[in-house]
Design a protein around this ligand. Structure first.
Ligand code: PGA
Length: 255
């Protein structure tokens, strides 16, 4: 049975007060499309204002520390995110795995801390171009999933498959490659969680935009999208919400 689509914007290191009107416009559009779950992960500095600019809309963060508090200069813990009004967090984005040297075990600890606190949590995985060219993509991502998955309550867990070579490049994985990878991730989720693993949403990310979203959402086991560049402006993001809504309407039933 298809799961309700989840479309999340990742603003990365973009967003100041002047951009709050985009948050409001995106939230208003999302409210008009109740068949789709939507959210925006903004910089930590903008969370509280984004929540105020978009009451009732899901605002999230892009990282969280795995500990509850302490001497960790520059870090933010789950309780702080809740305090600011966030209800969602991304962990293990490839940009953090790369530039902050986050390993699977770090990602898993962050996911466990986030879920324990009640934050909806998106765990990101994805292979480099070298790995794909070597024919190792499925094995590599499967291993990443196994090692990054939280061993905790997974009711609010999603996984995002984001091939690194497709992020911000305009290149998109082919529907066949996405289908193969999402099926492999689903298999790992069921291996880890049993039947509950069938209800974990698997998002695709990497150069998703209005013009390719419908094709991506039509792929089996694509339960949504994690969107970077095309989430910064309502004019770019709303067509992706529309594609998700249309995919839901065309589906036989919603879990
Ligand atoms: P992109 O980024 O949509 O700009 O490719 C996706 C992501 O990194 O989450």
């Amino acid at each position: 049975m298809p799961l309700k689509k989840f479309v999340v914007g990742n603003w990365k290191m973009h967003g100041v007060a002047a951009d709050l009107e985009q948050v409001t416009a995106i939230a208003e559009a999302a409210a008009e499309r109740p068949g789709v779950d939507a959210g925006l992960c903004v910089p930590a500095t903008l969370i509280e204002r984004a929540v105020r600019a978009a009451p009732g809309f899901t605002i999230g963060a892009q990282d969280v520390h795995h500990l509850e508090k302490g001497a960790h200069t520059g870090d933010v813990c789950a309780a702080m995110l809740h305090d600011a009004g966030a209800s969602l967090v991304i962990v293990g984005h490839s940009e953090r795995r790369d530039s902050h040297r986050e390993r699977d075990e770090d990602v898993r600890a962050k996911a466990e801390a986030a879920l324990r606190s009640g934050l909806a949590t998106i765990v990101c995985v994805g292979e480099s171009l070298a790995v794909r060219d070597a024919g190792e993509a499925v094995a590599t991502v499967s291993a990443q999933v196994d090692a990054s998955l939280p061993r905790s309550d997974i009711a609010k867990l999603s996984v995002a498959y984001e091939p690194i070579w497709a992020i911000g490049t305009g290149k998109v994985a082919s529907p066949d490659d996405i289908e193969e990878m999402h099926a492999a991730i689903r298999e790992r989720l069921v291996a880890a969680y049993g039947e509950a693993g069938r209800h974990v949403r698997i998002l695709y990310g990497g150069s998703v935009k209005g013009s390719n979203a419908a094709e991506i959402f039509a792929v089996p086991d694509v339960d949504g999208a994690l969107v970077g560049g095309a989430s910064l402006k309502a004019a770019d993001f709303v067509p992706i919400l529309d594609a998700a809504a249309a995919a839901v309407e065309g589906a036989p039933a919603i879990a």
